[in-house]
Design a protein around this ligand. Structure first.
Ligand SMILES: Cc1cc2nc3c(=O)[nH]c(=O)nc-3n(C[C@H](O)[C@H](O)[C@H](O)COP(=O)(O)OP(=O)(O)OC[C@H]3O[C@@H](n4cnc5c(N)ncnc54)[C@H](O)[C@@H]3O)c2cc1C
Length: 571
């Protein structure tokens, strides 16, 4: 190929790895021996989003540094630019003459969705071939949720994409001469320094976390993920790597599947009861995590199918419920961890410090904000998004709505913050760590400090109302009122009709006896002859068993285990 042939550009966004990178592999294949370069654009509009935090920039920089080194080994240059995406691409096109642009299908926020549309329009007008390839199980332009699980399984079991070394001939000189800003940190981007004690970014760090989880920590996944005391080590801790694309979902799925098969084989040869018990514990854990990997894409698919759920209630009949009632003082107390409820405050402060929380504690924070404080999910969701290092818009906004009772298809799951504290942190270890005002309280009061007699307050150096707030609201009273308001909306005939549509559009089609059947709201929704796979009577479907129900991790006992452990995750 003559040196003058244009290079191929791979536009990196939330796919910061080389392993199983379909866009890079495709670009090298399509370049047919010509040069390939990777572009990352620091976009002011992305950095200015209220969801963005310095911790995201710092994590991203670590991913990019790792990626830069890996790309060099493949003879692919990483070029970084700063500016609006279309302007940056247009400038690079002028500099290199690229005619093929390859990117992954990003399932992002409203800002990146709009930007991707602009880029598509620009590419069409400029005669650039824009190739967007999937990187998860989310399906673009999906007509129906029926059969989605099968598509997901097909993607997860397909061979991982291997990126060959680019031979980098045609266009190589042009690429070498391109100006690049290098990897920018918070200071260069005009952001405050990152102060979180967070996970490290990068493909190598992510692979190490995955290996460690599958060989060691994952043993305690089942049973260890709900309590904030054990969750940080029992959970996989893969979420940030998945959100930034430092690992591919397929790689994680296949690694977990390989481990599952190893454990299965080990169980066959296990002799002692102890060995057998170990294998069974691993089996439970691996099934649990595999289910959640599936939910990852299931929830993202909701946003892909209906981008408006980032901003609007999934059940439009819930419009107006909370919008005008956000009390700024309540929001501020919740955001900073000063509500007077110890576990809620400990969770928030731990999140602000580390950027991570386990599922149940995230759900508790949202439940408390949405029901006890009657705050709208949008401002609370933005605050959480900013502080979740793993912010993934599709999961995040779907979960926010689910935990706030605005989907219409999920049972209201209202967490009692005191009961959760007693159940999940019985000795107050997590609370004392993150709420130091309560560190010296006698065990009897650490979950309900407001019940401390004055002399105990004085003796423990924690005066309620001075050193630690009295409860911001009476949870029991507030929740009674929240339920009354929500019932008025959810029980209206129009809402029920609308909820059926929501279920049809977004509901999981998982199993016959799992989440849906155990969920009374959904049972009622489909009680009119519709089936547990979400097909309503008005849209009869052929009675063919859905192959998705044959997936290994949707067995009955697993559904029971998952529903019991984390009741509101799987819908
Ligand atoms: C209000 C709320 C907001 C959330 N926002 C996010 C978010 O922005 N980004 C995010 O990745 N997760 C989010 N979750 C889901 C879940 O809490 C996190 O995925 C999990 O805590 C991340 O830790 P982990 O990787 O150790 O998870 P593990 O329990 O080890 O799970 C492995 C992977 O499965 C996926 N997963 C786990 N639980 C869920 C779930 N309930 N729904 C969908 N996928 C799941 C994630 O990709 C996770 O990395 C949210 C949950 C709630 C209740």
């Amino acid at each position: 190929m003559p040196d003058s042939s244009p290079p191929v550009c791979v536009w990196l966004k939330r796919d910061l790895r080389v392993d199983d990178h379909a866009a890079l592999a495709e670009a090298v294949a399509r370049a047919r021996g010509g040069a390939v370069f990777a572009l990352f654009v620091y976009e002011p509009e992305v950095l200015a989003q209220p969801e963005w935090d310095s911790s995201h920039t710092a994590f991203q920089a670590e991913c990019l540094a790792d990626l830069d080194a890996a790309l060099r080994r493949k003879s692919i240059r990483l070029v970084t630019r700063r500016g609006e995406a279309v302007a940056s691409l247009e400038q690079l096109r002028n500099e290199t003459g690229f005619r093929l642009l390859v990117a992954h299908e990003e399932i992002g926020t409203g800002v990146t969705y709009a930007r991707d549309r602009r880029v598509r329009r620009w590419a069409r007008a400029a005669g650039i071939e824009l190739l967007e390839v999937p990187q998860t199980g989310v399906v673009r332009r999906l007509a129906t949720r029926n059969g989605w699980n099968r598509l997901w399984e097909k993607r997860m079991t397909a061979p991982c994409a291997s990126v060959p070394r680019s031979t980098g001939r045609g266009g190589g000189d042009t690429v070498e001469r391109l100006g690049s800003l290098g990897i920018l940190g918070c200071r260069e981007l005009g952001l405050p320094e990152d102060t979180k004690d967070r996970q490290r970014g990068g493909e190598r760090a992510a692979s190490a976390v995955l290996d460690d989880f599958l060989q060691q920590r994952g043993r305690h996944y089942s049973g260890g993920i709900s309590s904030p005391v054990s969750a940080a080590t029992s959970c996989s801790r893969l979420s940030a790597a998945l959100a930034f694309g430092a690992l591919s979902m397929r790689r994680v799925w296949q690694a977990s599947e390989a481990r599952r098969l190893d454990v299965q084989a080990a169980l066959v040869t296990a002799e002692s009861p102890r060995e057998k018990a170990e294998c069974k514990a691993w089996q439970r854990s691996l099934k649990g995590v595999q289910s959640r990997l599936h939910w990852h894409c299931h929830f993202m698919q909701k946003l892909e199918d209906e981008p408006a759920i980032e901003f609007e209630n999934m059940l439009r009949a819930a419009d107006g419920l909370r919008e005008s009632e956000v009390v700024p003082e309540r929001l501020a107390a919740w955001q900073s961890g000063h509500t007077g409820y110890p576990l809620v405050d400990a969770c928030m402060r731990s999140l602000l410090a580390t950027g991570w929380l386990t599922f149940r504690m995230r759900a508790l924070l949202v439940s408390f904000a949405s029901y006890s404080l009657w705050l709208h999910w949008r401002p609370t969701g933005l605050h959480l998004a900013r502080h979740f290092l793993d912010f993934e818009p599709g999961i995040h906004w779907s979960q926010l709505q689910m935990q706030s009772g605005t989907t219409g298809i999920n049972t209201l799951r209202i967490y009692n913050p005191t009961k959760q504290a007693i159940d999940q942190d019985p000795r107050g270890i997590f609370i004392r760590r993150w709420v130091p005002e309560l560190a010296c309280l006698p065990p009897a009061y650490v979950h309900m400090p407001w019940t401390m007699p004055v002399d105990v307050q004085q003796a423990s150096g924690c005066i309620i109302g001075r050193d630690y707030p009295a409860p911001l609201v009476d949870h029991i009273v507030a929740v009674r009122e929240a339920k009354r308001r929500l019932a008025m909306v959810r029980n209206a005939p129009e809402s029920r009709a609308e909820a059926r549509d929501v279920a049809h559009r977004h509901g999981s089609r998982k199993d016959r006896r799992g989440a849906m059947q155990q969920d009374p709201v959904r049972r009622t929704l489909f009680g009119d002859g519709g089936d547990s796979a979400g097909r309503s009577k008005r849209r009869p479907s052929p009675p063919v068993p859905d192959p998705q129900q044959l997936l290994p991790f949707f067995t009955e006992d697993l559904a029971a285990e998952v529903v019991g452990d984390t009741p509101s995750e799987n819908s």
